[in-house]
Design a protein. Structure first.
Length: 246
């Protein structure tokens, strides 16, 4: 008698987690370089036994497996900031943090007080030799070629390192638009970097709002089914009790 409720509750729990993912996507609509996520579900079958036969049918539960990241490139927006870099195509910037190397699509960089190129959290952006990129105090005209070569009025300074991975889905969110992974980073030999541009989030707000509305409707539908099942069980108990009394 409880099987219907258990299956419905598994569906509700999955919908609730899916709602969290959609809400997080909407919250990051304006986060540069953010990649939208979706829940992955699968059917989880549980064997049952019945009084009519030794091996009954199987109960079908809903199980959320993992998150799937939408790796499609977001729209590029012109900022005219010489320290804003957008990656066109595959690749990630390499960022050195206190916790180790991290990777980012967000190319909103700046210079710290020492002249080092850092991200918005103050972590160093790496060059092709895995070294921080530092500018002299008199270097003010910073230009970046499409392959990542950095030059100033004094000539070539360095080259931005752009890396890729065998499986982008294995990258883990490390906070602040950074990713972490145990995979080996491969250098992108011919990256395409656009200076003065930012890659925006690839989340489409209208689509996410539609998903949220549908999830809420599905959740209400399951809740209504649970309420009806509860009423059915109460009526069955009442009927059986009256029959015994008679």
């Amino acid at each position: 008698m409880q099987n219907t409720s258990y299956i419905a509750l598994s569906r509700q729990a999955a919908l609730w987690r899916q709602l969290d993912v959609v809400a997080n996507n909407m919250a990051n609509t304006n986060t540069p370089g953010y990649k939208g996520q979706e829940m992955m579900f699968r059917e989880y079958l549980v064997p049952t036994r019945s009084t009519e036969r030794a091996l009954g049918g199987k109960l079908s539960f809903v199980q959320d497996v993992s998150l799937l990241r939408d790796t499609r490139e977001g729209p590029l927006t012109k900022t005219d900031n010489p320290l804003d870099f957008a990656l066109h195509g595959d690749g990630y910037f390499e960022i050195e943090t206190e916790a180790g190397m991290r990777y980012a699509r967000n190319g909103h960089f700046r210079l710290d007080q020492t002249g080092m190129l850092v991200n918005s959290q103050g972590f160093a952006v790496m060059d092709e030799r895995d070294q921080p990129i530092i500018f002299a105090p008199n270097e003010t005209r910073i230009e970046v070629a499409s392959d990542g070569t950095i030059s100033t009025e004094n000539g070539r300074v360095s080259k931005l390192k752009v890396v890729k991975f065998a499986n982008d889905q294995e990258l883990r969110n490390a906070g602040d638009s950074l990713y972490d992974t145990t995979q080996t980073a491969e250098t992108v030999e011919r990256p395409v970097i656009v200076q003065g541009m930012m890659e925006e989030s690839n989340v489409q707000p209208v689509v996410e709002m539609t998903k949220m509305t549908q999830i809420l409707r599905d959740y209400e539908g399951v809740q209504k089914m649970l309420d009806n099942e509860h009423e059915r069980q109460l009526k069955a108990i009442s009927t059986l009790s009256n029959a015994k009394s008679a």
